[in-house]
Design a protein around this ligand. Structure first.
Ligand code: ZN
Length: 382
């Protein structure tokens, strides 16, 4: 009987392995929010997000507290990674420094120098550049908010946290495709990623503006920040990675728009605000500060900014795709069959092959087992 039990145990393990391989792809949207499921999903798609959250789980932080829905990991995974990146950054805050995560399980320890509150520069931020984040982080921040009291270091902290949140959403792109049952299922992806792209504009502008303000009003503080090698390195790496992420997002969004027939105004939320910020930091004074920090010219991002046909609609932060520009799930599936359908059929054939192989494998083992049992039964003792 021991031999027969082992056969069925092997068959069960094989079946479980096949199921696990498909879990992330087909049921991510409905997976219960547990530590195990979150890490399994991120291990599959986003190793950096997995590393950040695993660090927090290992310290028994309340990571699950960021998830509002019991069975929808995708809905809040971006927020969880963003917030836990803050937790990671603050690990050595009491030593007047912060750990800026740069990917690959590495961080840069950024030493603080003297700062002034970010809110001090709010009077120099023109009305047309005051986005929805202005009051929260700069204009009238809560007491002890890092983006205010830690000055430019708090702004870098926020810049970095938004970049890792966006990295998670962009990394989960294939997962969104497999989980989408209708174009409405792209709401989460579009809202999160557009929000994160907007944050690139906001915080890159705040950081560069902070330096311009310091240059004029606090020359000592300005000099120390510019001389802070750890800050310069962390900013350069974070900004470059964030910018590359936005370029990748542009490609993904173009594909979603094409396949789902989503209109530009619906796919590019906050576009008008974002364009104004990119145009602002493209001015010579910001480019000069950027050159001081990075040692290179600021890449021109104006080419990647989509012109909006309808600024009011593009700036509207209410959701998203309306009934007249959505397609049914079947239509999307047909689109995927046309464009990337070969991948889908290849996956089906592989899974079918594995299952058929497993059945044949079990049948062979059962036959061997019966032969072996017959032999054992035919033995006699003297
Ligand atoms: Zn934050």
């Amino acid at each position: 009987m021991r031999q027969r039990k082992n056969i069925w145990r092997m068959a069960a393990l094989l079946t479980a392995a096949v199921s696990a391989a498909n879990l992330c792809l087909t049921e991510a949207k409905a997976m219960p929010v547990t530590e195990e499921n979150i890490l399994a999903l991120l291990d599959e798609y986003d190793p950096d997000g997995a590393y950040i959250l695993r660090e927090s789980f290992s310290r028994r932080e309340n990571v699950l507290g960021w998830f509002e829905k019991e069975n929808d990991i995708l809905a809040d995974i971006d927020t969880a990674v963003h917030e836990e990146t803050h937790r990671y950054t603050f690990r050595s805050h009491s030593l007047k420094q912060e750990d800026i995560y740069i990917g690959g399980q590495q961080h840069i320890c950024v030493k603080y120098t003297n700062v002034f509150d970010s809110t001090e520069m709010s009077g120099e931020i023109p009305e047309e550049l005051r986005t929805s984040r202005f009051d929260t982080y700069i204009g009238s921040p809560e007491q002890n908010l890092a983006s205010n009291i830690d000055g430019i270091y708090g702004l870098l902290n926020e810049f970095n946290a938004y970049s890792w949140g966006m990295n998670t959403t962009v990394s989960l792109y294939d997962c969104y495709w497999s989980a989408a049952e209708s174009p409405l299922d792209w709401d989460g992806y579009i809202l999160q990623s557009c929000n994160d792209r907007q944050a690139y504009g906001d915080f890159n502008y705040y950081i560069l503006k902070y330096l311009l303000y310091a240059q004029k009003h606090h020359p000592d503080i300005y000099r120390d920040i510019i001389a802070n090698e750890s800050f310069r390195e962390a900013y350069q790496i974070t900004e470059g990675r964030y910018r590359a992420l936005i370029a990748k997002w542009e490609q993904q969004t173009a594909e979603i728009m094409e396949r789902c027939h989503i209109e530009k105004a619906s796919a590019y939320l906050f576009d008008d605000q974002y364009r104004r910020l990119i145009n602002e930091i493209s001015k010579p004074e910001y480019r000069a500060v950027y050159r001081l920090l990075c040692g290179t010219d600021m890449p021109d991002m104006r080419g990647t900014v989509q012109e909006s046909d309808n600024a009011a609609e593009a700036a509207n932060d209410s959701i998203l795709m309306t009934a007249n520009n959505v397609k049914t799930y079947n239509t999307i599936t047909n689109d995927k069959d046309t464009d990337g359908g070969q991948d889908w059929w290849r996956s089906l054939l592989i899974i079918g092959g594995i299952v058929a192989g497993a059945v044949i494998f079990v049948l062979i083992l059962t036959a061997i087992d019966n032969t072996w049992t017959d032999k054992m039964n035919s033995r006699t003792c003297k």
